[in-house]
Design a protein around this ligand. Structure first.
Ligand code: SF4
Length: 341
């Protein structure tokens, strides 16, 4: 993307946001996303420096999601100088072996300690694959002990066996036990699932991400798309036709009848982009993942109940509501009525 294109996009977006009736504390977020955004560090710096010359009537934040391997001393020095405006998210998949298995590179190239020290709110995002599942707990616990925040999620678009669902459960149990025995560490995804979603009165769950409504992704040529999984590089020349056929504001059109009948649908997150890519419709969820979703809900509902009971003398009203929701979820996912192939 050229600097001129970036400026023209941001001018338009700033004007829209300024006129959107945003609240005083609402921030405008610019995220640099790839590929690997550090391949074009020069443009990131140009955009940031230009934005800082503007007198914007709202707070700004910048974020970059990176694989962390292109941090030269010069790049690190610059990011450090603007650290209060930036959040850095690094994709990392566990210890060195897990990282090599999933990404074919070493964690030694990533200045993790430096990033964590300078951006305490930043995190290292772990994707768990079929190959790294058996070491999942080890990876999370080791990185957490070293002081890193590590939210994690399962890889998309892959087939999971019943045996892997059982392994996932065992690995989650180990992580849950670690969190309960070490309350000094912040709980990260998926252990922070909000079971209060069960209380939604509508039978149709709301869309679980900002695709097509709150998020806009600009491709390198300046064209705008609903999210990074709805880009020409993903869907090819048919993309315009695909997007025209989707109403991202209509929750009912984003879920099919099969999933609407599922008792855990309100707790099941999906990726609409992968649904479209792998199954030809945003409404067709990945049914190969259901048993993993169930395993996760079983462990995490049990974990949250123990977690809140462990702190029951200091529970706020909000935490009590979370405990009640976790108990309700626990009863639902342990009822024995849910069977997924
Ligand atoms: S668990 Fe499976 S069947 Fe249930 S809502 Fe999720 S994808 Fe659909």
């Amino acid at each position: 993307m050229s600097f001129e294109t970036a400026k023209s996009i941001l001018r338009k977006e700033f004007e829209q946001f300024a006129n959107s009736g945003h609240t005083e504390n609402e921030r405008f977020a610019v995220e640099f996303f790839g590929g690997e955004p550090l391949l074009n560090f020069k443009l990131i710096r140009e955009i940031y420096d230009w934005v800082k010359t503007l007198d914007l009537p709202f707070p700004m934040m910048f974020q970059m999601t990176t694989n962390g391997t292109l941090f030269t001393p010069e790049v690190l020095e610059w990011f450090t100088s603007v650290k209060n405006d930036f959040r850095v998210v690094v994709s990392i998949d566990g210890d060195d072996l897990m990282q090599a298995t999933n990404r074919g590179c070493s964690t030694t190239k990533i200045p993790m300690e430096y990033i964590a020290r300078n951006w305490p709110n930043s995190y290292f995002k772990m994707t768990v694959s079929n190959d790294t599942l058996k070491d999942y707990a080890h990876g999370i616990i080791e990185l957490t002990r070293q002081g890193y925040r590590v939210p994690s999620s399962l890889a998309q678009g892959t087939t999971w066996s019943q045996k892997e669902a059982e392994t996932y459960k065992q690995e989650l149990l180990k992580i849950g036990t670690f969190y309960l025995e070490n309350p000094q560490y912040k709980i990260e995804q998926p252990f922070d699932i909000s079971f209060e979603k069960l209380m939604y009165t509508s039978p149709i769950p709301p869309k679980n991400c900002g695709v097509g409504t709150n998020t806009e992704i600009y491709d390198t040529d300046g064209q705008v798309y609903p999210c990074h999984l709805f880009l020409p590089i993903v869907h090819g020349s048919n993309l315009k036709h695909i997007i025209e056929g989707i109403d991202f504001h209509d929750d009912a059109s984003l879920i099919d009848d099969h999933c609407l009948k599922c008792p855990i649908v309100k707790l099941c997150r999906t990726c609409y982009g992968y649904n479209q890519l792998d199954r030809g419709s945003v409404a067709k969820r990945d049914l190969r993942k259901c048993k993993m979703v169930l395993a996760e809900l079983q462990v995490v509902s049990s974990f949250q109940i123990q977690y809140y009971l462990q702190n029951q003398d200091t529970l706020t009203k909000e935490m009590r509501a979370k405990l009640d929701a976790a108990i309700r979820a626990y009863e639902l996912v342990h009822s024995g009525n849910l069977k997924f192939e």
